[in-house]
Every structure is written in structure tokens, then in C-alpha cells.
Write a protein that binds this ligand. Structure first.
Ligand SMILES: NC(=O)c1ccc[n+]([C@@H]2O[C@H](COP(=O)([O-])OP(=O)(O)OC[C@H]3O[C@@H](n4cnc5c(N)ncnc54)[C@H](OP(=O)(O)O)[C@@H]3O)[C@@H](O)[C@H]2O)c1
Length: 217
């Protein structure tokens, strides 16, 4: 279905105004979730051994700018362990939030929070701390969990000029099917293109979308 038609249909099928203010939507109404990934044209964010240090300077700069603007970075356990082992932690200028059910060692102090909360609870926690944007930084398993719950609002993909056939995909296999709207495409350098998408929310999450865009029905 074309995006405009889909949006019109979604708007028509909206619930009554008061229903737009469920507890979840009220709590998350001002939180925008941005996913930012360096990616190969065939959908990988890391090699089999977890290596993702093949992205361009421009990608790293964009990652830093967006994470600092948000003031936080949310990552899964494997991303944390890989970044820790590579000496990249803590990511500067942001509260680093690691989601894991394991009791991981935190050798970084207050700039790193390790939590076993579900994605939505993590967003609530960040909102309670006063953040209005959440910066999701992978990896593939955590990205899928957020997408499956319709929690991602915008996606930046820095498409890098290399291919490998095995590794970690941007979204681990899961049950989701979402439409995107291209906001902008930018050539970052001779070979790297940045695609900036808005995630079009489906009917089940229209309440969150409306709360985001401050439309009232
Ligand atoms: N190219 C890029 O821009 C980029 C960016 C970020 C990461 N990466 C790469 O991505 C790789 C890691 O990706 P990955 O997919 O293997 O792992 P991941 O998503 O980083 O971490 C997955 C782990 O997080 C924990 N977790 C807790 N709650 C979860 C939830 N609701 N959903 C999913 N996971 C949850 C689980 O560990 P527990 O069992 O402990 O709960 C799970 O095994 C790294 O190699 C990293 O270098 C690349």
C-alpha cells in the first residue's frame, strides 16, 4: 500500500481521542528512538567475529554526533562486550545503557548502566531521567527487539562500500514487517551513502505515533 494511502487509512481508523492516552503512550509520548548503523549493502553490521570497525570516518562522526545529541546510547550485551574488548567504552558524552540478562561486570562507573529491563522499560527509565531522544546502537538482536515492538522512529543507515557473505545482520530474524519513508539520502564521501528513514507505524502503534507528532484527534 502506498504510504500516503496507508497513513490516511490509519488516521480514519483511529480510536476515540481519549483512547489515545493509554499509560504506555503517555509515558513514552515525548521519546523519539533513533537507530544508527554502519552497514554493508547486503545488510551486515559486523563480520562473523563481531568486527564492525570497517565503517568510514563519516559514519563514526555521525554516530558520535547523534549519540551526544541524544545524551544516551542503548546497546545489547554482545555490542557492549565487543566494544569493551576493543577499548571503545564508554562512548563519550552519553549515558551508556547495556541490556543483558547476565550480571556483567561494569568497570566504567556511573556512565554505564547495565540492566535486564525490557526495551520499553529502558525507554521509560530514560524518559524519567529527562531524555527526549533515545539512541539505539545495536546490535542485530536488540535492533530486532525494538523494531518488533514498534519502538523505532527513525533509522540512519550509512551504507559502506564492502561486501562479506557471513556475519551479523542489522536485524536478527524475527517477526516484523514495517514500511519506511525516506526522509533524506546524503552522500557522505565518495563511496558511502547515508539513508535516513522514518518508520511508519502500523495501526497497533498509531497511538504512539500520534503522541510523537503531537497530533490530537
Ligand atoms: N556496524 C554498526 O554500526 C554496529 C553497531 C552496533 C553493533 N555492531 C555489531 O553488532 C554485533 C552484536 O550484535 P548481536 O546481534 O550479536 O548482539 P546484540 O544485539 O548487541 O546483543 C544481544 C544480547 O543482548 C541481550 N538482550 C537483553 N535483552 C534483549 C532483548 N530484548 N532483545 C535482544 N537482546 C537482548 C541478550 O543477552 P542476554 O542473554 O545476556 O540477555 C542478547 O544475547 C557486534 O559485533 C557489534 O560490533 C555493529
Amino acid at each position: 500500500m502506498r504510504s500516503a494511502t496507508r497513513r490516511r487509512r490509519l488516521t480514519k481508523s483511529l480510536p476515540a481521542g481519549r483512547q489515545a492516552f493509554t499509560r504506555a503512550s503517555v509515558i513514552l509520548r515525548d521519546m523519539k528512538v533513533i537507530l544508527y548503523m554502519g552497514i554493508t549493502p547486503n545488510g551486515y553490521i559486523a563480520r562473523e567475529n563481531g568486527d564492525s570497525e570497517w565503517t568510514s570516518e563519516e559514519d563514526l562522526k555521525g554516530f558520535q554526533t547523534h549519540s551526544k545529541n541524544a545524551g544516551n546510547i542503548i546497546m545489547g550485551k554482545n555490542t557492549y562486550l565487543y566494544a569493551s574488548q576493543s577499548g571503545l567504552l564508554p562512548f563519550e558524552g552519553a549515558l551508556n545503557v547495556v541490556i543483558s540478562h547476565e550480571k556483567l561486570e561494569n568497570k566504567y562507573g556511573g556512565q554505564v548502566i547495565i540492566t535486564d529491563q525490557a526495551p520499553k522499560e529502558v525507554l521509560r527509565m530514560l524518559e524519567q531521567k529527562g531524555f527526549t531522544t533515545a539512541f539505539l546502537a545495536g546490535g542485530g538482536q536488540l535492533n530486532s527487539s525494538f523494531l518488533k515492538e514498534n519502538l523505532i522512529d527513525e533509522i540512519y543507515l550509512d551504507v559502506e562500500p564492502l561486501l562479506f557473505g557471513k556475519g551479523i545482520k542489522i536485524f536478527a530474524e524475527a517477526d516484523f514487517d514495517v514500511e519506511l519513508e525516506l526522509i533524506e539520502s546524503t552522500q557522505l564521501n565518495k563511496d558511502t551513502v547515508q539513508l535516513h528513514y522514518r518508520v511508519l507505524k502500523d495501526g497497533s502503534n498509531i497511538v504512539h505515533q500520534l503522541a510523537q507528532s503531537k497530533i490530537r484527534v
